[in-house]
Design a protein around this ligand. Structure first.
Ligand code: ZN
Length: 258
């Protein structure tokens, strides 16, 4: 859909230790993605004099869903959630959404396509807003990817492949600030990657200034995130007889210990 809005604003609210609750604001109405904590969202809405129009949930983990009930009770707002029987959703009045659906959040100006991305959890979905902004929860992070709590490496690898098919200028909004640690791991995997070394410097500067390193851009992830670079890494000496999925699986295991 053609997007005519110029006032769309997307901002992270820091929560817990390293979560971001993304706020999407258009025409005085706010949408929040994965509100694990209602209090910080309410503070933000109050400070900026916004009304909450709705909540988007990517997966059932408590640090993504824990504030949804309090917010929905206060604002009587819409909640869009994965089509799963998990108890995290059962107290909410949810619109259950599935792969391929396009949601009209605000008429003609805010739409979201639902993309199924299993791996971190089996119910994990992403919201692809106005064919430009991807809210991917805990699937892809700056320089890394989510842990496999429920899915198989093959499922996560396929989910990352879906993201790689989006336009390279897609803006990506992960739910955690993990970039610096992920890039330290990436640098061990690809010490000679120039784009990666530049990104590490940029990331250090932002963190020193207490700025978010997110959103990120798909093109930057394709150049620096080892979990999106398995087809390149499979041609390196240590992986010569491996498939790209085997490279991914060994990287994910190594990252768990890092
Ligand atoms: Zn999670």
């Amino acid at each position: 859909m053609h997007s005519t809005n110029t006032s769309l604003r997307i901002t992270p609210i820091p929560a817990f230790t390293d979560n971001y609750i993304w706020v999407i604001v258009l025409d005085g109405l706010a949408w929040v993605v994965d509100p694990g904590d209602a209090t910080v969202v309410e503070q933000y809405l109050h400070q900026h004099q916004l009304s909450l129009a709705g909540i988007l949930l990517t997966h059932h983990h408590a640090d993504h869903t824990g504030g949804a009930l309090a917010l929905q009770t206060h604002w009587r707002c819409n909640v869009f959630a994965p089509d799963s029987s998990h108890p995290a959703y059962q107290t909410l009045d949810c619109h259950r959404v599935v792969e391929g659906e396009t949601l009209t959040l605000q008429t003609h100006t805010l739409t979201a396509q639902v993309i199924a991305l299993p791996g971190h959890t089996l119910d994990h979905i992403a919201f692809y807003l106005n064919a430009q902004h991807l809210f991917c929860g805990d699937v892809l992070f700056g320089g890394g990817c989510g842990r496999l709590f429920e899915g198989t490496p093959a499922q996560m690898f396929a989910s990352l492949a879906r993201i790689k098919q989006l336009p390279v200028d897609t803006l990506i909004y992960p739910a955690h600030e993990y970039t610096a640690h992920n890039l330290a791991f990436a640098s061990m995997v690809e010490p000679d990657n120039q784009a990666l070394q530049m990104r590490i410097v940029d990331t250090q500067q932002r963190r020193t200034a207490q700025q978010a390193t997110l959103p990120t851009i798909l093109a930057l992830e394709l150049a620096t995130n080892p979990f999106l670079r398995c087809e390149t890494l499979m041609h390196t000496p240590q992986h010569l007889s491996d498939t790209s999925l085997a490279v991914f699986t060994s990287l994910r295991q190594a990252r768990n210990q890092f």
